[in-house]
Design a protein around this ligand. Structure first.
Ligand SMILES: [Zn+2]
Length: 334
């Protein structure tokens, strides 16, 4: 219902022009309203097993050792696929909500398989009907809380502020700062109607301002990921931890560069331009994807100053974390 409304608005230039300022105002207003709840405990089946690896060779060895398990996962996912296009639901348990739930998915952003069949992009779906957070966001929040066990009150930064994810965090941890990139018309570090403007490559936070930094599917959209890694490392105190998600190609060592920004600011496309999601100024337009990360992201993190870095692998049908082997990237500042 909501997605068909969004599609109708996006398909009409006039409706989009009318709806945009309203929508922006609504999101700004909502961002100041935390979704209050307790920190989930992840006991028993709610605990997510995670495999922490550092190289492509380790991943290939792990994939071989786990081949029958991985085939089983593939079969499990196939059995959930609907026979026709449209929205579909799967049952499971939301570890964030700590209750049985239904995860909703659709064929929006579907990818084509080898036989040109549309495969739903489960990473961007499996939305819990209670918290209304999707697969990759729920998993990243669970892994952040489960693996890093942040004490309430420790300063956490998340590179978003107009989202449910930010509101969910604000409703549980007591020192969460968020921001959005609002463009260079507003000074960096300044706020517009309570929304702080930050550029991940030129952060205005002081050195060591945070114990934890989180970034969910942002770093593929910045022209210079290395500059962002250096800045995030600088803003983390001793023992600080960074956790982020990005589109990752686990079968490749090298990052696939899709586009680069020239020194004069023009964009050079090396592969067909790919746009994700909606951008802040105009949700009907996507944001350019500069790269798909490979395992070399871990050496780029170390070059940026992190002491070590890992890719964490996970998958769970019960917890609604599907779409093949899923991953987050963790970096440690000693
Ligand atoms: Zn939930």
């Amino acid at each position: 219902m909501l997605s068909s409304l969004k599609r109708t608005v996006r398909s009409s230039a006039l409706l989009s022009r009318l709806a945009l300022p309203l929508y922006a105002g609504y999101r700004t207003w909502m961002s100041a309203r935390p979704l209050v709840g307790r920190i989930p405990r992840f006991n028993g089946d709610a605990r997510l097993p995670v495999v922490k690896l550092t190289t492509l060779a380790e991943y290939q060895r792990w994939s071989q050792e786990q081949s029958s398990e991985l085939q089983g996962r593939e079969r499990a996912e196939q059995s959930l696929m609907p026979r026709q296009f449209g929205e579909f639901a799967t049952e499971g348990y939301c570890a964030l909500c700590e209750r049985a739930t239904v995860f909703n998915s659709s064929f929006d952003y579907a990818v084509k398989d080898r036989d040109s069949r549309a495969i739903p992009n489960l990473r961007e779906h499996l939305v819990c009907v209670h918290c209304r957070l999707k697969n990759r966001v729920r998993a990243a929040l669970q892994l952040f809380l489960q693996e890093f066990v942040p004490e309430s009150g420790r300063p956490v930064y998340i590179s978003e502020q107009l989202t449910r994810t930010y509101r969910w965090m604000r409703g549980r941890l007591h020192s969460v700062s968020g921001s959005e990139y609002l463009g260079d018309e507003i000074p960096l570090g300044a706020s517009l109607r309570g929304i702080r403007n930050e550029d991940l490559g030129r952060l205005t936070w002081s050195d060591g301002a945070f114990d934890f930094m989180l970034s969910f599917d942002v770093l593929e959209h910045v022209p210079d990921a290395g500059a962002c890694f250096r800045e995030m490392c600088r803003c983390l105190g001793p023992g600080g931890r960074l956790l982020f998600t990005v589109p990752t190609n686990l079968d490749r060592h090298e990052t696939t560069v899709r586009a680069v920004m020239e020194p004069d600011g023009t964009i050079k496309y090396l592969l067909e331009p790919e746009y994700h999601g909606g951008n802040l100024k105009d949700p009907s337009q996507g944001t350019l994807c500069f790269r798909y990360f490979g395992w070399d992201v871990l050496s780029h993190l170390r070059e940026a100053g992190f002491a070590r870095a890992e890719i964490w692998l996970y998958w769970s049908q019960y917890l609604g974390y599907m779409g093949g082997t899923q991953c987050v990237i963790a970096a440690y500042n000693n």
